[in-house]
Ligand binder design. Structure first.
Ligand code: EPZ
Length: 421
């Protein structure tokens, strides 16, 4: 497996474009199961997770192709509505085929995703919602088997115990072809949920309220194929914003939706970083010292859990003590021991990490088993003294398109090298 090798010390400067959002593209690709015909999805990032999703759609019998950021899917009637462990274990988001399959075929067999590095991540809320819509659920041999006795789901009121992004997306995609009205209460408000609703509506669905915590869906009989360009990846943008701040750089990130970045922008400004919306992008620069700033993750529009590791890394360089609290996932501090190996002073207890700022970090060989934790280590490598090698870039490749090229364009000394193990 490849590693990423970084020689720290460069101040990032210049301009790069931000790619399409992985977490928006994944449920949208699944929505192609809802309608026959030729779907075109543009601005899709070239990432490992997207490859896994197109593989899963192909496994289900759909024709897919990917070229220059455009995924074409020929929707058709699938044979077995079955998502095997082999694919689901590679990517939890595979479970997002469940809603569309059950809506269209009245049945699905999908491997249970199990836990992952960042937490247990059950799908009980997805399943409870489908049950409320008339599905019968059976868990056996590591799979969830869903059958709708009358063939078609019926609308229902579903109140989520917690706002779940995937749960909201799965149930929204199921409800569009159900009989009658579905109301999702305490729904996730993430921009990716809103984007999926936009696509479903383009396909002829009736979804209202996405982006708020109550979403109302009126079922329709049939949907049409769609041509859609995916929104920008707010987490990729956020990661480069932190990298610009960490290196005391001056960077312009193009093709972003600034409104999706408000919580992060507010925290960066609190920490002494300049963040300006400029046309279709955002400019991030730092001239003075970083101020210690505490942050607590929360569902959107709160501070995103997917930016927690990168922001914590930034706080390692701030003057004073900051407290970072993770409320979404129970095990999302895998970067802590690695950052400490680079000279950071972080103490993590349960879901709370206390960070004492240090003057500098030192390069080291580091590794993490989660995408955003790995990203925080790359940013740490950019500022650390000497050479940092981030092992197993597999995780980075799941979520950051051409990361070395983009950082190199901003002046970083970074390359991909073959791993020794
Ligand atoms: C999505 O995961 C994202 N993934 C994650 O991105 C992101 O961290 C997360 O939302 C939170 O913003 C995709 O969009 C593909 P959840 P998802 O359901 O949908 C608990 C990244 O780095 N929960 O909102 O799986 C769950 O355990 C990642 O790109 C239940 O208890 O997240 C967690 O604690 C990783 N029961 C919390 O809710 C359920 O049925 C939020 O999870 C569902 C979730």
């Amino acid at each position: 497996m490849d590693n990423i090798r970084i020689v720290g010390g460069a101040r990032l400067a210049g301009s790069i474009p931000i790619s399409g959002a992985k977490n928006a593209a994944l449920p949208i690709l699944c929505a192609s199961l809802l309608a026959d015909g030729d779907h075109v999805f543009r601005n899709v990032p070239d990432l490992r997770d997207i490859g896994t999703m197109t593989k899963l759609l192909s496994h289900l019998g759909l024709e897919t192709s990917f070229e220059d950021g455009v995924v074409r899917v020929r929707g058709c009637t699938v044979g077995d509505a079955d998502a095997p462990y082999e694919l689901v274990k590679q990517m939890r988001a595979s479970v997002l085929v469940l809603g569309p399959l059950v809506a269209r075929y009245g049945k699905a067999r999908v491997s249970l995703p199990g836990g992952c590095a960042i937490g247990a991540r059950p799908i009980d809320q997805h399943l409870r919602g489908l049950e409320a819509m008339g599905a019968k659920i059976e868990l056996a041999h590591g799979y969830v088997n869903v059958v709708v006795p009358k063939g078609q789901l019926r609308g229902a009121e579903v109140v989520f115990d917690i706002p779940t992004v995937g749960g909201t997306e799965n149930l929204m995609s199921a409800a569009v072809l159900a009989r009658g009205r579905t109301t999702l209460v305490n729904a996730a408000r993430e921009p990716e949920v809103e984007e999926l609703a936009r696509v479903l509506n383009k396909m002829g669905a009736s979804v209202e309220g996405a982006g708020t915590d109550v979403i109302v869906i009126e079922g329709v009989d049939q949907l049409e194929p769609v041509d859609h360009a995916i929104i920008a990846d707010r987490i990729e943008a956020g990661t480069y914003m932190v990298a610009a701040a960490a290196t005391a750089g001056d960077v312009f990130l193009d093709h972003v939706t600034f409104d999706h970045l408000e919580a992060l922008a507010a925290k960066l400004r609190e920490a002494g970083v300049e963040v300006e919306r400029e046309g279709s992008g955002v400019r991030v620069a730092r001239r003075g010292e970083l101020r210690a700033t505490s942050a607590t993750t929360a569902p959107h529009p709160g501070f995103p859990t997917d930016m927690q590791a990168q922001f914590m890394m930034l706080m390692c360089l701030a003057r004073g003590r900051s407290v970072i609290t993770e409320t979404i996932f129970e095990n999302r501090f895998m970067h802590v021991p690695e950052l400490n190996r680079m000279g950071a002073r972080i103490e993590a207890r349960g879901r709370v990490a206390t960070v004492e700022g240090v003057d500098s970090l030192s390069g080291a060989e580091v590794m993490a088993t989660d995408l955003r934790a790995s990203a925080s280590l790359v940013v740490a490598g950019l500022v650390a003294k000497g050479v940092t090698e981030v092992l197993r870039v597999y995780h980075i490749d799941r979520g950051y398109e051409h990361i070395e090229d983009k950082l190199r364009a901003l002046g970083a000394t970074i390359e991909r090298v073959p791993g020794r193990i």
